[in-house]
Design a protein around this ligand. Structure first.
Ligand SMILES: C[S@@+](CC[C@H](N)C(=O)[O-])C[C@H]1O[C@@H](n2cnc3c(N)ncnc32)[C@H](O)[C@@H]1O
Length: 278
């Protein structure tokens, strides 16, 4: 078990670039979820763990110039990138602050809605972040989560190297207290935190050759490769051999590749909640 407060995937250049590409890749799926929530112009909303931009632009567009969006991000470098991202979209109603989603210090019950995407799959105590998120939303307000579950990391035909690298990554994450199947658990965490009118669906995509997300397993392994070797999850020589096999497989256009199953959960904070909040 090591530092619980480091972002699992690090923030070296390649991860930064991956997260930037992800903003565009996941925008249609996120926007569809936000559309169903019925966010109104003028709302004051929150995005926890916004990374270098996340959905800030999508939320900003929905609340409009009379509303406001606050992005909270723990990593100072990502905060800087997110501010640039917001500026590039000319969204004056969006603010990004450095902060910790475990304990934001924000006033309880003060937001019309709160969202987070792919944060829980990186943290060892997801229930604490859920409780914090729920506590920040007004009675009757909305909450939304877009979260990963590694169930659907699949290739066909199967490849032993794929299975071994995925197993090493799962073990590495578990050693940090991280549940890579948190996606399926999110609606339960929300229910236990008192969220009502829960609505959940899931999306998964097939990534053809040339798609940004086709090599995502390789990207994850590359981000943590030194840790995998240093902590004994895989030998260095074996890692190199398996990565080469994975690369050959990914380059074969006849190979089918999927990645995460994304669970989209949304719900409402009970309207009768006591004003003292939780
Ligand atoms: C996979 S990235 C997702 C970024 C963005 N939400 C998106 O979907 O594009 C996870 C982000 O959560 C941030 N994060 C992890 N733990 C956090 C915490 N306790 N408080 C605030 N941010 C956190 C990480 O720094 C990282 O930027």
């Amino acid at each position: 078990m090591s530092e619980p407060d480091l972002y699992l995937l690090g923030r070296a250049g390649p991860e930064e670039e991956r997260l930037k590409r992800q903003i565009a890749n996941l925008a249609p799926d996120s926007d569809q979820q936000l559309e169903r929530i019925g966010i109104r112009p003028g709302e004051r909303v929150l995005d926890l763990g916004c990374g270098p931009g996340g959905v800030l632009h999508l939320l900003g567009k929905r609340v409009g110039p009379t509303g406001s969006v606050l992005g909270i991000e723990r990593d100072a470098h990502f905060v800087e990138l997110a501010r640039r991202f917001v500026a590039s979209h000319a969204l004056r109603q969006v603010e990004v602050r450095e902060g910790d989603a475990y304990a934001t210090g924000l006033p309880r019950g003060s937001f019309d809605g709160a969202h987070m995407r792919l944060v829980l799959v990186n943290v060892p105590e997801p229930e604490r972040i859920v409780r914090e998120m729920v506590s920040l939303v007004k009675p009757g307000g909305w909450i939304a989560s877009f979260e990963a579950d590694f169930l659907a990391h699949v290739c066909d035909p199967p490849l032993a190297a794929w299975d071994r690298l995925l197993a090493a990554y799962v073990a590495y994450s578990a050693a940090r207290g991280i549940d890579l199947h948190i996606g399926r658990r999110t609606q339960r965490l929300f229910r236990e935190a008192g969220v009502e009118a829960l609505s959940t669906d899931a999306v998964v995509h097939v990534y053809p050759p040339g798609h940004d997300r086709r090599p995502i397993l390789r990207d994850f392994i590359a981000n943590v490769r030194e840790g995998l070797v240093d902590e004994g999850f895989i030998g260095r020589a074996e890692l190199e051999v398996e990565l080469q096999a994975l690369d050959r497989h990914l380059a074969d256009p006849s190979v089918l590749v999927t990645s995460h199953l994304f669970f989209r959960v949304s719900g409402r904070i009970p309207g009768m909640r006591e004003a003292s909040g939780r």
